[in-house]
Design a protein around this ligand. Structure first.
Ligand code: 6PG
Length: 257
């Protein structure tokens, strides 16, 4: 078995039902992590798809998750002000962070406004700290990494064929040119950082991503840099929470697991 390539696919009739199921899973994982290790390290994805998930975590699970023992990181960020409507942090703060009691020092915002980009990336890497060797599955840096994908198969801000895909020594990379809207420079966790996770959960919705999802599930075990999400590994399973639109091009045995 290729490390971190245990894929679990769940298909739902709607994004709302996929979101409800994933929120329940995140809450359960948080409680288990704090019981086991005293902390829950969660990496958040950006874009539009996860906004409902963050709202549900804040509303439905405000009291039943140990948010005071949770630390938050971001998988990527647009290099704009945190008050800019394109900022992932702005969306997450509005939908989630301003409604749950996570201590401010435990929320590690990606400093998208900092220049030069290399300094912003290096500073964020320092906030993550060293990541354990990939071979040591029990010592992953993050408990759960949330990700989305674009119609081109990108994830975080790792775009098809981008140099950031080849970064192995660093946990954070600067992306001068975005391959998808908004066309602004980005900061992104690299594959080694995304892979230092006890588990990865993708939340994907919409027919416009069906071809990318099917392509990802068809790639060989080593993945394909033309579909960056296929390169993401974790120390444990990778869960795919899909709505019917996103799953429509999958073979029947995957669509109806
Ligand atoms: C970003 C995200 C990005 C996102 C996908 C899907 O900064 O845009 O981190 O990787 O997950 O582009 O975005 P949507 O959910 O908006 O379709």
């Amino acid at each position: 078995m290729v490390r971190g390539l245990v894929r679990r696919v769940r298909v739902y009739r709607s994004l709302a039902s996929a979101t409800a199921s994933l929120a329940r899973h995140v809450a359960r994982t948080a409680r288990a992590a704090v019981r086991a290790r005293g902390v829950f390290s969660l990496v958040l994805s950006g874009g539009k798809t996860p906004e409902g998930l963050y709202r549900r975590l804040a509303q439905r699970y405000r009291e039943s998750v140990p948010w005071n023992a949770t630390e938050i990181f971001f998988g990527d960020e647009r290099c704009v002000s945190p008050r800019d409507p394109r900022s992932n942090y702005r969306m997450v703060r509005s939908a989630f962070l301003s409604h749950v009691p996570i201590p401010r020092k435990q929320v590690h915002r990606m400093p998208g406004e900092v220049r030069p980009l290399s300094a912003a990336a290096a500073g964020y890497a320092r906030s993550i700290g060293p990541i354990p060797p990939a071979s040591d599955a029990s010592a992953a840096r993050f408990d759960l990494v949330l990700l989305g994908i674009g119609p081109d198969g990108h994830t975080a801000s790792l775009f098809p064929g981008a140099p950031a895909l080849r970064v192995r020594r660093y946990t954070v990379a600067a992306v001068p040119r975005s391959g998808q809207p908004p066309y602004v420079p980005r900061l992104t966790l690299t594959l080694p950082a995304l892979g230092s996770a006890r588990e990865v959960c993708f939340l994907v919705s919409g027919e416009d991503k069906a071809a990318a999802v099917a392509g990802i599930f068809r790639t060989p075990l080593r993945g394909d840099p033309r579909l960056p999400a296929s390169l993401v590994r974790s120390a444990g399973p990778t869960h795919w929470y899909l709505d019917r639109g996103a799953a429509q091009d999958l073979p029947p045995e995957l669509r109806f697991p």
